[in-house]
Design a protein around this ligand. Structure first.
Ligand code: NCD
Length: 350
């Protein structure tokens, strides 16, 4: 392992690439914090594990086998920012593997209300559990937890279930799992159109990072001018020679898309109602658009949606967001299996 700064701010300020080894052990992910931690071989392996688990779980005997794998482990879900899918899919991923889970969903119900620092609170969890899965409104807080836990006497792995407007790596994992399984011949060579609040949407940020693992992918970013993709992501794409284009007009690019990734406006990140004046109606997918897009194009959304996708679009076979949601549980179960090194047992099972 590389020399690790004992000073958090110094550590946090480093390039992600230089920090990755601190969050892995013996060549595998230990804390899952950033999309940049996944390479192609690992992604393919995660998806093979997820596929295999789904098949195994179809029988009671198979489901019992899976839930015996980690029945000696306990997980803590610390979700102090609203969540439905990510929370439930992680909880059920734990159930699939037999991990017992406890939860905190509101700092008002923890000792933070008595003045305990969030750092002391998370340290407390490590006394009781073997895995922390965390969603937090402050970018960097999940990383800080992993940094604290890794240096503790009893280290505990940490998974990022969404950190402010920064990253949501397991969403990106399930998104690529969905792209891989729903697109004919996989992700290589495809054109992916990401639509909406790209500035503050952590899902599109994390998904963009993962694109470095695929050949010949083109990205088209469609957003209101005030909510464009941030420079750090664009620089990352340029460094990895991934072509991208930016526009504020959805209609003309629809026919180019192999996948359309819709997102909602992230107005919880407004500090002074900045997005109140954005005309989001131009960043919505309607039934009439279905006639324009390719027959093989898939429509995705991390959910929850507001009006970005007309309800009638749900009936179209190309709308895969409900499948995408279910994929989340299996992709997250595969990640947990990887962290606890039981994926070989899953892959080897007949
Ligand atoms: C996303 C999130 O929380 O960032 N939701 C999710 O995890 N499925 C997207 C969103 O809230 O818009």
């Amino acid at each position: 392992m590389t020399e690790v700064s004992p000073n958090w701010n110094e550590f946090y300020g480093q390039e992600v690439a230089t920090k990755l080894s601190f969050f892995s052990k013996e060549g595998r992910i230990y804390d899952c914090l950033f999309s940049q931690q996944f390479d192609r071989a690992l992604l393919d392996r995660m998806f093979a594990v997820a596929d295999k688990m789904r098949r195994i779980a179809q029988t009671k005997e198979g489901a019992d086998f899976l839930s015996s794998l980690l029945s000696h482990k306990r997980a803590m879900l610390y979700f102090v920012q609203p969540s439905t899918r990510t929370f439930l899919s992680f909880l059920n991923a734990c159930h699939i593997l037999g991990l017992k889970a406890s939860e905190i969903r509101d700092t008002n119900t923890s000792s933070e209300i008595k003045g305990e620092s969030p750092e002391d609170s998370v340290r407390t969890f490590s006394s009781y559990v073997d895995l922390i899965i965390m969603r937090h409104p402050v970018p960097g807080f999940v990383e800080k937890t992993a940094w604290v836990m890794n240096r503790a006497k009893r280290p505990v792995p940490v998974i990022n279930g969404g950190s402010g407007k920064d990253q949501h790596p397991t969403q990106a994992l399930l998104d690529v799992y969905t792209l891989t399984s729903c697109l004919k011949d996989g992700v290589d060579g495809k054109t992916i159109v990401m639509v909406g609040d790209l500035k503050r949407g952590r899902t599109v940020r994390s998904l963009s990072y993962l694109m470095k693992n695929y050949k010949g992918v083109r990205l088209i970013f469609v957003s209101p001018p005030q909510l464009k993709m941030e420079r750090d992501i664009l620089d990352f794409l340029s460094r990895h020679l991934i072509p991208y284009r930016e526009t504020d007009s959805l209609e003309p690019v629809l026919r180019e898309a192999d996948a359309i990734y819709m997102t909602r406006i992230q107005d919880e990140h407004d500090t002074a109602g900045e997005s109140r004046n954005v005309d989001y109606s131009k960043f919505c997918l309607r039934t009439q658009d279905l006639a324009v897009i390719k027959k093989t194009c898939i429509i995705m959304h991390p959910l929850p949606r507001r009006d970005e996708i007309e309800l009638t679009v749900d009936e179209d076979d190309r709308a895969v967001y409900w499948r995408q949601e279910r994929n989340g549980m299996w992709a997250r179960a595969a990640l947990i299996a990887h962290i606890f090194r039981v994926e070989d047992q899953i892959l080897k099972r007949a």
